[in-house]
Design a protein around this ligand. Structure first.
Ligand code: GRF
Length: 211
């Protein structure tokens, strides 16, 4: 299975895939790593593994039409490469329906909170606890602010609705007394890396990336 990765940050999840592949756990090829940020450390990780990596700059100014033009550039670079799956791995931009329609394979996303199957505002834990579904960019801080005792992570298919779309897998992470955002996010990321490898292994084994 060939995977194109889009990321904005450190790329520790990309590293987890590369490590699992090196350890014989995953039969995948990462065909490209693209970022909206020049300083995303994930680009360095890609280059260190000899993978094609590119920064596709998003202009800062809110010039009308610029955003759509950037998406077209990003899609143009992405579609130079082969892929059976696009992974948004800490990619901090919302992609439009036009972008998604232009991808030649399904797009999946990693989200650092629990999301429900089939949309909605509530998610039920394995123990039957009903929690608010947290979406957007600040979900780790929001889990703490709301005083939740459990949060987690989700891998899901991407649809034009933000942090929605069919769920591939979820993992729960207990919130500990004294957790701050950084400590909690770090524990969630440990669960995210494990979950991502599991999901990608399943998709590669099934030879099927569609929902
Ligand atoms: C993950 O928590 C992901 O869910 C979030 O950004 C983080 C990416 O981490 N959207 P890394 O760049 O893979 O280390």
């Amino acid at each position: 299975m060939q995977i194109a990765v889009l990321l904005s940050g450190s790329g520790s999840n990309l590293q987890a895939l590369l490590d699992a592949r090196a350890g014989g756990e995953l039969e995948i090829d990462i065909t490209t790593v693209l970022s909206d940020r020049a300083d995303a450390y994930g680009l360095q990780r890609a280059l260190a593994h000899g993978l094609p990596a590119a920064f596709v700059p998003l202009p800062r100014a809110a010039v009308p039409g610029e955003r759509a033009a950037w998406e077209r550039r990003l899609l143009g670079v992405l579609n130079v490469f082969d892929y059976d799956l696009v992974l948004l791995s800490g990619f901090m931009r919302v992609l439009s329906a036009e972008f998604l329609a232009g991808c030649r394979a399904p797009v999946i996303n990693q989200h650092p909170a629990l999301l429900p199957d089939g949309g909605g505002d509530r998610v039920t834990t394995r123990d039957g606890m009903v929690l608010p579904a947290l979406r957007g960019a600040h979900v780790v801080a929001n889990a703490l602010r709301l005083g939740l005792t459990v949060t987690g992570c989700t891998v899901h298919y991407v649809t034009p609705a933000v942090d929605d779309g069919p769920v591939l897998a979820r993992a729960e992470v207990p919130i500990q007394p004294g957790d701050d955002e950084a400590a909690l996010h770090e524990r969630i990321k440990v669960a995210e890396r494990r979950l991502l490898v599991e999901v990608v292994a399943r998709l590669a084994r099934d030879g099927k990336t569609t929902p």
